[in-house]
Design a protein around this ligand. Structure first.
Ligand code: ADP
Ligand code: MG
Length: 256
């Protein structure tokens, strides 16, 4: 079975101050096992809403989502054990260290304490946290380092599907590059499938095997970065976006 995720015609509406917001207007796509699949879109295009639906935090108004053949809403508990999510606003106990935060997470996941100690050190080393910083309070870490700790925490349970919601947004260029290469390494090492959202074209091109461009809650183009550029006779993904939508990417942010 080669399919990790199937999203069929998913719609999601919100009501904000009496106004109906169509956050997702019928989204469909499939992710193959082992892929890093990118959802690339401007702010407000519906990326986080889709991630929340996939991680059972929201219910769709229409459509179906299957993760490894399990319906996300019928088999919620099975799905929860297969996925993990990292969002921009990673939450930690900031006064506690990386080790302490991960140990707490192990407790929540029900991983045995004895085993978790070595496991935690391995995970932190894998994401490039120096050993001499393991016991520093996280409030003393840069945003980039905090994000790496968040990603290592999400991999504690060896999820088969990792949902990364804008993992590098707000990081400086150096931290961004480090987190990106770390994502690539850790994903391959853990044989995971990834859905990554971003509004960074370069990141999508660098990390993702295939990309969907999402705009106003609709997927407007899908393919490998090469496919997309070829199809639209474009040099860059910026040009693909412009060709597909008729608006420049940086001008496409929606009202929040
Ligand atoms: N809980 C909510 N209540 C009302 N509107 C929401 C809610 N969550 C998202 N939205 C709206 O849905 C649209 C898509 O938001 P979101 O999925 O967060 O976009 P993105 O992650 O691509 O920036 C936006 O117009 C946003 O304001
Ligand atoms: Mg978002």
């Amino acid at each position: 079975m080669n399919s990790a995720v199937k999203v069929y015609n998913v719609k999601k509406y919100f009501k904000k101050t009496g106004k109906l917001i169509e956050a997702l207007k019928g989204v469909s796509f499939e992710i193959k096992r082992g892929e890093i699949y990118g959802l690339l879109g401007p702010n407000g295009s519906g990326k986080s809403t889709l991630i929340r639906l996939m991680s059972t935090l929201l219910y769709p108004d229409c459509g179906r989502i299957e993760i490894f053949s399990h319906d996300v809403f019928e088999d919620e508990n099975i799905v929860k054990r297969m996925i993990n999510r990292v969002s921009v606003e990673a939450s930690f106990f900031m006064k506690l260290s990386a080790i302490e935060n991960l140990r707490y997470a192990c407790g929540i996941y029900g991983l045995p304490f004895g085993k978790s100690k070595e496991h935690i050190s391995n995970m932190l080393e894998q994401v490039g946290i120096p050993k001499n910083r393991f016991n520093d309070p996280l409030e003393n870490f840069s945003r980039g380092m905090q994000q790496k700790v968040a990603i290592s925490r999400a991999f504690l349970t060896a999820p088969v599907l990792m949902l990364l919601d804008e993992p590098t947004t707000g990081l400086d260029p150096k931290a961004k590059r480090e987190v990106q290469s770390m994502v690539k390494d850790i994903v391959r090492e853990h044989d995971a499938t990834v859905l990554l959202t971003t509004h960074d074209m370069e990141e999508a091109e660098k990390l993702c095997d295939r990309i969907s461009i999402i705009h106003h809650g609709k997927i407007v183009a899908e393919g490998t970065p090469e496919n997309l550029k070829e199809r639209y006779s474009a040099q860059t993904l910026e040009d693909v976006f412009l060709e597909a939508i008729g608006v420049k990417f940086e001008e496409a942010d929606e009202d929040e």
